[in-house]
Write a protein that binds this ligand. Sequence first.
Ligand code: T6T
Length: 325
Amino acid sequence: MHRGMIALAGLAALAVGGMAVPAQAQDKPVVALIPGLTTDAFYITMEKGAQAAADELGAELIFQGGPEFNPTVQVPVLQAVTARQPDAILIAPTDKQQLIAPMKQAFDAGIRIITVDTFIDDGVYQDGAGEGDFPLSYVASDNVLGGEMAGDALAKAIGEEGKVYVSNVKPGISTTDQREEGFKKAMADYPNIEVLETQFNDDDANKAAAQVQAVFARNPDLKGVFGANLFSAIGAADGVKALGKTGEIRVVAFDTPTRIVDDIKSGLIDMAIAQHPYDIGYEGVKAAVAAINGETIETSIGTGFTVMDASNIDNPEVRERIYSE
Ligand code: T6T
């Protein structure tokens, strides 16, 4: 037989009900994980959890992402992954609105969609409402609650009075929008705290550091900064250090790479909220494989937090939650 005919015969064998089924569907379930960006300890840790679940369940995991937390970078990655026709895609969409259409294309190609960490649209899926209703589930931290916890911790650290602000990534990202919302909600209970205008840093720690210095130049009585994600928090700490204001301008952080933990030990950061990205990846793959097997899955799966501060930073069960790098 001619080589081309063998290939054709192979294809025919994979045809089910007139539709060509991708080869991998005959074998193990294939789950793709598209992070917000690849070079972020949060998503590196998530990949580890995802891989652990894939190994346990006999699934194949594809981890593919871009170098920046940016829809312009993420959309072509999503399109490339869609072309590979995995059985399911887990994605951390980098914008609530801009990812809806390209994710819908993947869904229309027959791929099951689950969002991890961030959500699209209103984040409430499968309720029959909205353009972004098609994902099967959202696996994530409770980001409003985390923002409230950060707000209360910063309020306590500054003696419940003075000026503070949020160092944030950019508007339109579900997680960091919700953290700011929770933070402001908590601050509403402290009448002597003034929340200054949010500073957006585009996920660039250097920019976040420069912003601390600029805000301080305008407000020499600045008392505290909430770094709403890993790069915002590292930048906030760098900015305070560069000003020589360690311990005077207090910092609370979201996310816990080693660097943030070091800053807790040195007194530069008062408190940090560790998300559980390993669990997000693990639960995400578990849900994806269940959906591939035809099971009904929860439309919302919540994972926890570990609060880290000077009082517990040496406890082994706390240190377990430091992100992998
Ligand atoms: O805080 C995490 C993640 O939850 C957020 O959506 C984006 O930023 C991080 O990846 C940390 O850099």
